[in-house]
Design a protein around this ligand. Structure first.
Ligand code: ZN
Ligand code: ZN
Length: 174
């Protein structure tokens, strides 16, 4: 009861600046509530979150596997900038169960400058499935013994069954 009383007096003293010293009417209280609501809206706008839909293309997000052929493949998301079109991985961000990403999404300083730097929410986000197991290693390089989980850049020949990308380069292939 006491807290409510104090609130009435404060509202009255603010409105009183315009209407003289009298208890606030319901009209005054309504006016104050509208002002407080408007101020709240402004604050919310200053702290605005950009909602991004799922899908392909600029301004959308997609779920991806990071380090697919590495030692620790895991699920994350990638966002395509609606202003400059580059792909922005958010591997080092936290994605809350409701899709809210923290911290805000910035461009890698090695990319051309872009002013898009929002707080984003991935609309339609659902928690990631468990991380996939690392892919099995295929046969090692017949020349140097290097191992790998995918065959991109590997070659066959030079008397070896399988040659790693580094050896392919040294042997003068491709
Ligand atoms: Zn951009
Ligand atoms: Zn090799």
């Amino acid at each position: 009861m006491r807290a409510r009383h104090v609130t009435r007096i404060q509202v009255g003293s603010i409105v009183g600046m315009a209407h003289g010293d009298r208890p606030p009417t319901d009209e005054d209280t309504k006016a104050m509530a509208a002002i407080v609501r408007a101020a709240g809206d402004l604050l919310e706008e200053a702290d605005m979150t950009t909602e991004l839909p799922n899908g392909k293309g600029a301004g959308k997000w997609q779920r991806v596997i990071v380090d697919e052929f590495g030692d620790r493949p895991r699920w994350s998301a990638i966002i395509r900038c609606p202003q400059c079109g580059v792909f922005l991985p958010i591997t080092n961000h936290t994605i809350a169960p409701d899709g809210t990403v923290t911290p805000s999404v910035a461009h890698d300083p090695r990319l051309p400058p872009c002013s898009w730097h929002p707080n984003v929410k991935l609309v339609g986000w659902s928690p990631c499935p468990p991380d996939p197991e690392p892919r099995p290693f295929h046969d090692p390089c017949g020349r140097c013994g290097a191992t790998g989980r995918q065959l991109g850049g590997w070659g066959i020949g030079w008397g070896f069954a399988l040659v790693c990308p580094a050896c392919v380069k040294q042997l003068g292939g491709h």
